[in-house]
Design a protein. Structure first.
Lengths: 763, 153
């Protein structure tokens, strides 16, 4: 029997490159006479540029170009990393230009400099004289929605990017027949991705007059299109190269640098220009996670059935639309497969404010809505005096659910088993008894929260992926994909899938990790937890096609019918007896050099997936609350996931660890702060922004309920984003369990917790 | 005004003229092309640029190049010997402690100093030693395991 590769704890294919410092990231390439680019950012949250004088900056020795909005194309473009829509109505809001004459947040891009070194570039920025007409800043969604509020974008009347919602069933009817109606309000904060590698790109014009951009991006093919649009040039004149990426989490699913970087190299006749953001810039001038306000009003029967829910949401997208409108829709869609509401009315409004731009961040709107919904469900269960776990279980939809809006069908669902295992892992029953009547100032509590999520974006977005495989003379293969490795391990799982489908060992699969839009197959990139599931389909298809071609060739060589052949351990074998006929390398050599029949074997495939598998899972958390200081410590935390078949358990655990850690920060410490009057950022650095350190992170428990998803390659479903969804509500519910205080906002940091405990009379 | 300094990088002698304001990170990365030294914040917050200076883990982004005069510097490029991964590197690879890889060189170097110290560390002490390094991918779980494994005899 051939060695299984899928499902094994294989070592990631880039581990050695990364542990030896050989893996090259964008800043690790050198070009002769590369210039340094710097951006002049607005000190005001809302202002119009009345006058801008760059003459002194241009005159500074070493400055090669100074650009303002007057010097660069002013084509409006959208930055969100979505597949292009042929239907103009389905495109993202095009509200940006390269550089602007109207500042919409503190940090907006007013001018740019390319100079021989960093110091000269910094000096040149200081020599640019800008006369601003300072406008009233609009710093909260409420202010933005007030009648007569200043317009942030001249052509957007109410500062509303989008207010598209939906109604399923008859919500009013469920309120009428309900025994109880519960209403709660919740609020989440603005947080930031904090991937370790800041945004960076460099650009030059090559010998053919084409613009080459090397960028730390999750979406090279989309980047090429958007740069083409922004510059108003044919897309084929742009080439984007993506080397190793030091994390993204969605912040690099957006075009933050590349269009400006291309304009900079054009301004210096194609000389290379590097554009690298500082950490402080990266935290305010790339993307953040949307802060949401939610009101849930829910109809419940006395038997504890959730009948209907009316969801009102306000999303703060900041200065530009980016992904804003789509994130509200994602939130509204992805919670539906979990609980069997007969009716749902979802009414979101996504609002511009004069704050940094919110965009995609791990789980795309779902951590916000699930914090609200799972806190709300917990409140309801407690008010009904029902066991919160049993209350949830009573309302699970389970497999067979067909979403009335998307048409997506739940074909595999392990939520029941996830809850069962999580409960056992944390020793729920025993601890519940132990913590029953706690007095004193140190109290412990247990909480849990469930989620559903999708695998990709279909049908909201197109799900196309490409893979190319080339069989070498020695029987090894190169695998090229357009999907991007950004740390999550996609290159490794694609290599495993190829090895498994082809019948060769993993070390005979050479993954080309770099994406180059001139060379790599088309794929939209790393987002929506789509790659293992969506790109995996293309990889499997390509590998099976190579296998078919190999067996065809062997048929030509030997006369043995294809049906009788197989490949295992890099040998051509008889399928039934497993007897070796010849090494794969022998067939491969013939395919290259046979004087009559040579025809080297390759496959170049695309897969347009029109399915979307729902993944499920749960977080169980135990906390200890120090009521006197407001400090919440997570003692134990377990995430149990139904992500279908796990392709690589070691990598999968890593995804869960990182996601849970991010979720703990979201629950307890992380929040970007701004001056309430001016909109200036207050903590855009890694010291004052409370990212969990190793000291803040508890041991994280992980388990998988491996269902088999029939639509997924080898039975898999999404895993990248889901782990970050439920830690926050589980921790919030554990704090409620410990103290009786129902928090409705995150982060539950010591100050907020202390205030609430005082208000509740606990101190 | 420049200053001439001489130091060793991974056992190799280097002599060069540096600006008084140049950091060791800039010299290692942009002049000597030791690109395994990563820049995550440039102000000593994240630990990605950690190198060993006379055996001590140090943020090279807030260490002036002129101070390196006469010192022995070790970067990630100098950890593997004769193409053989060190014990720490092997542990990181085997335990799956690597994701995006950007924080990895810094963690590996601090762990290397811990192993070379010959001291014993409890799990809490390991965490404290590593607390100058930020990682957003791994939740630190497998990094702790890898370092524990490296410290086993």
């Amino acid at each position: 029997m051939t060695k299984k590769v899928v499902g094994q704890r294989e070592i990631r294919v880039d581990a050695v490159a990364k542990v030896t410092g050989k893996a090259k990231y964008t800043d690790d390439f050198f070009e002769r006479e590369m210039l340094v680019g710097k951006i002049l950012r607005s000190p005001y949250a809302h202002a119009r540029v009345k006058n801008i004088d760059v003459s002194k900056a241009r005159a500074l020795p070493g400055v090669e170009a100074v650009l303002t909005y007057k010097d660069v194309p002013q084509n409006r473009f959208a930055t969100a990393g979505h597949p292009y829509a042929l239907d103009p109505k389905k495109r993202d809001p095009e509200d940006r230009t390269i550089l602007t004459d109207k500042a919409r947040f503190v940090g907006d891009e007013i001018a740019a400099v390319a100079a021989v070194d960093e110091l000269t570039a910094e000096q040149a920025l200081k020599l640019i004289d800008v006369e601003y007409e300072v406008l009233e800043p609009v710093l909260t969604p409420e202010a933005a929605l007030t009648e007569g509020a200043p317009r942030i974008h001249d052509d957007c009347e109410n500062n509303i990017v989008s207010s598209k919602g939906y109604e399923i069933g008859d919500i009013e009817e469920t309120f009428k027949k309900a025994d109880y109606v519960f209403e709660d309000e919740f609020e989440t904060s603005i947080v930031q991705h904090c991937q370790l590698e800041n945004h960076i790109s460099y650009s030059y014009i090559d010998g053919d007059g084409r613009i080459v951009i090397v960028s730390s991006t999750q979406i090279p093919h989309i980047c090429r299109r958007i740069v083409g649009q922004a510059l108003g040039i044919p897309w084929g004149r742009v080439r984007v190269i993506k080397p190793y990426v030091g994390g993204g989490f969605g912040s690099k699913q957006d075009i933050c640098l590349e269009a400006l970087n291309a304009a900079m190299t054009i301004a210096v006749d194609g000389r290379p220009v590097k554009l690298e953001l500082s950490r402080e810039e990266c935290m305010i001038a790339t993307r953040t996670r949307h802060a949401f306000k939610y009101i849930f009003k829910t109809a419940v029967s006395k038997e504890g059935k959730l009948l209907g829910t009316q969801v009102t949401a306000i999303s703060n997208t900041g200065a530009y639309a980016s992904h804003g409108h789509a994130i509200s829709m994602s939130a509204g869609a992805k919670f539906r497969p979990l609980y069997s509401f007969e009716a749902i009315k979802f009414s979101p409004v996504t609002v511009y404010t004069n704050l940094p731009v919110a965009g995609a961040m791990r789980a795309y709107g779902v951590p916000q809505i699930k914090f609200a919904l799972e806190s709300h469900v917990e409140n309801i269960a407690r008010k009904l005096n029902m066991n919160p776990i049993e209350f949830r279980r009573k309302n699970f939809r389970g497999a067979g659910y067909v979403d009335p809006i998307t048409g997506n069908k739940v074909l595999s669902c392990g939520i029941e088993e996830c809850v069962k295992r999580g409960k056992e892992l944390i020793n729920w029953e025993e601890k519940k008894v132990r913590y029953k009547d706690q007095k004193g100032f140190m109290r412990r509590g247990l909480g849990m929260a469930c989620f559903s999520y999708a695998s990709g974006t279909y049908p909201a977005g197109q799900e196309i992926a490409g893979a190319r495989i080339v069989l070498n003379q020695d029987g090894s293969v190169q695998l090229q994909i357009g999907a991007t490795e950004i740390g999550q391990g996609s290159d490794t799982v694609f290599a495993q899938m190829t090895a498994e489908a082809l019948g060769i060992p993993l070390d005979m699969v050479h993954v080309i990790s770099t994406q180059d839009t001139d060379i790599s197959p088309f794929d939209t990139g790393a987002y929506a937890s789509r790659q293992t599931y969506i790109t995996g389909m293309a990889v499997k298809k390509a590998a099976l096609e190579v296998k078919e071609k190999v067996l065809d060739f062997v048929l030509g060589m030997t006369g043995i019918p294809k049906e009788a052949l197989d490949i295992a351990d890099a040998n051509i074998i008889y399928k039934d007896s497993r007897e070796v006929i010849m090494p794969l390398s022998e067939a491969a050599m013939q395919s290259y050099y046979d004087t009559a029949f040579a025809s080297p074997i390759t496959s170049d495939t695309s897969n347009n997936a029109r399915v979307n598998a729902m993944s499920f899972g749960v977080t169980f958390a135990e906390v200890e609350v120090d009521i006197k200081t407001g400090k919440v410590e997570v003692l134990e935390i377990f995430n149990v996931h139904d992500s279908g078949k796990i392709i690589n358990p070691q990598l999968a655990e890593g995804q869960v660890h990182g996601g849970v850690s991010m979720g703990i920060g979201y629950a307890l410490s992380e929040r970007l702060l701004f001056n309430e009057k001016t909109g200036e950022p207050l903590n855009n650095n890694l010291l004052d922004y409370k990212l969990p350190t190793i000291m803040d992170t508890p041991q994280i428990g992980v388990d998988f309920v491996e269902t088999f998803e029939p639509t997924g390659p080898f039975g898999c479903k999404s895993l990248g984003e889901p782990p970050t969804i439920t830690p926050a509500p589980a921790i919030r519910n554990a704090v409620l369990d410990a103290t009786g205080v129902a928090f409705n906002r995150i982060p539950i940091n010591p100050q907020y917790a202390f205030e609430k405990f005082k208000e509740a009379g606990l101190i | 005004m420049t200053k001439k300094i001489a130091f060793e990088v991974n056992g190799k002698k280097v002599e060069l003229e540096v600006q008084p304001g140049e950091t060791l990170l800039e010299v290692l990365r942009y002049r000597l092309h030791y690109t395994g030294v990563k820049k995550g914040c440039a102000v000593g917050e994240c630990g990605a640029c950690t190198v060993l200076i006379d055996g001590t883990p140090t943020n090279s982004c807030i260490y002036l190049a002129v101070w390196a005069d006469g010192k022995e510097i070790r970067t990630i490029e100098g950890v593997a010997k004769d193409g053989e991964l060190s014990k720490v590197q092997k542990s990181f690879v085997e335990e799956g402690a690597i994701q995006c890889g950007f924080c990895t060189p810094g963690f590996v170097l601090t762990a290397t100093a811990m192993v070379e110290s010959g001291k014993k560390y409890s799990r809490e002490e390991i965490k404290r030693e590593l607390s100058g390094h930020l990682c957003r991918c791994t939740g630190y779980q497998k990094i702790i395991k890898a370092v524990e494994k490296s410290l086993q005899d």
